[in-house]
Design a protein around this ligand. Structure first.
Ligand code: SF4
Length: 337
């Protein structure tokens, strides 16, 4: 079996539609150990496998410990019940929802509103803190979008809209163009922030239509790209990041500190260097949100602090991301020190 190269696809939608969702296919493509397959099949019954060909092509065949593979690899460990790990580790479904029930409109922080724009992603990251999120209740369908606009118009304190998900860039360019136009008509809004992995895992998505609606808006557009390892960057990713920069998008990165992926000093140094080479500022390094099924990724806080101190001694200050954790109920991310 072979990867399908980006150049073979007619569109990003076609590339997305052919993402790998069957563990058997992933195992054959990457020549993974057959004895690990049954556990993977049990794990995907709770959280589906999904990975694009583009992302898969950056993994090393036969390497069970490949840092990109680990991020999407279903493992039997996910099924263990571990104390302190919960389905909704940030209490989003109860604590932060502005609306009476989970509706995808969350206000975690002052002056900012977060909209769960879609439940769909191009990859399923096994550490995702929303892996159990009830997206079916919380996607922004037309009535909820109208609700969101009303909330945004009425609350003149709000300056920034954060589009999260799922991955907001999964939505069509027509819809995103329309949303951006409607948001731009709300005078007190200044910025729209997209939290997206698509520039990394499906770079084809950064196409002419997307760059067009971005360059039309009066709002400052920020993209937080969620890269976790230097191996995620290749020439195609760098080309697309350059296109985004040309369209005046401000690029930031938010990584998660993951055992077996990027918990070594060298990996963090290389990640910061890969980011800045693409014009992306390393912004946050997050401790793992303790979501059920992801305990095997945890890096203890003391180890994270030590790693962060070492990073400070190796890199210029602007290349050192802030080490943070999210604590439900806190008005901002909490710095770890
Ligand atoms: S929401 Fe983000 S972290 Fe979660 S699965 Fe989708 S792309 Fe991965």
């Amino acid at each position: 079996m072979f990867y399908v190269a980006s150049t073979e696809f007619k569109s990003w939608q076609q590339a997305l539609a052919t993402a790998i969702t069957d563990p058997n296919v992933l195992w054959q493509l990457l020549q993974l150990p057959a004895d690990q397959l049954p556990a993977a099949e049990r794990a995907v019954a709770t959280f589906r496998l999904k990975v694009t060909h583009s992302y898969c092509a950056r993994m090393k065949r036969g390497d069970w410990h490949d840092p990109l593979l680990r991020q999407v690899l279903p493992l039997g460990e996910e099924l263990a019940q571990v104390d302190g790990y919960h389905a909704d580790p940030l209490a989003e479904q109860s604590f932060h929802s502005i609306m009476p029930q989970s509706t995808g409109i969350l206000q975690k922080y002052a002056k900012r509103v977060l909209l769960i724009s879609t439940g769909t992603c191009a990859v399923h990251c096994r550490y995702c803190f929303r892996r159990h999120f009830p997206y079916h209740q919380a996607q922004l369908n037309a009535p909820l979008w109208e609700n969101a606009l009303t909330i945004l118009r009425d609350n003149t304190q709000i300056e920034e809209v954060i589009l999260s998900g799922g991955d907001p860039l999964i939505l069509s360019d027509n819809k995103l163009r329309q949303w951006m136009e409607q948001l731009a008509h709300i005078p007190h809004l200044k910025r729209v922030r997209f939290h997206t992995r698509l520039p990394i895992v499906l770079p084809l998505r950064i196409n002419a239509a997307l760059l067009d609606w971005i360059s039309q808006t009066r709002l400052t557009v920020i993209m937080v790209i969620h890269a976790n390892h230097a191996n995620e960057f290749n020439s195609e990713v760098y080309e697309k990041l350059a296109d985004l920069r040309m369209a005046k998008v401000q690029l930031l990165n938010q990584a998660v500190l993951l055992r077996g992926v990027n918990d070594q000093l060298q990996a963090q140094v290389e990640l910061s260097e890969a980011l800045i080479a693409g014009g992306v500022l390393p912004y946050y390094l997050h401790l793992l949100d303790k979501v059920s099924g992801a305990a095997h990724f945890d890096v203890p806080k003391a180890q994270a602090l030590q790693l962060h101190r070492q990073l400070q001694s190796q890199l210029s200050g602007y290349l050192v991301p802030k080490l943070v954790e999210e604590i439900p109920g806190q008005p901002a991310k909490t710095w770890v020190f």
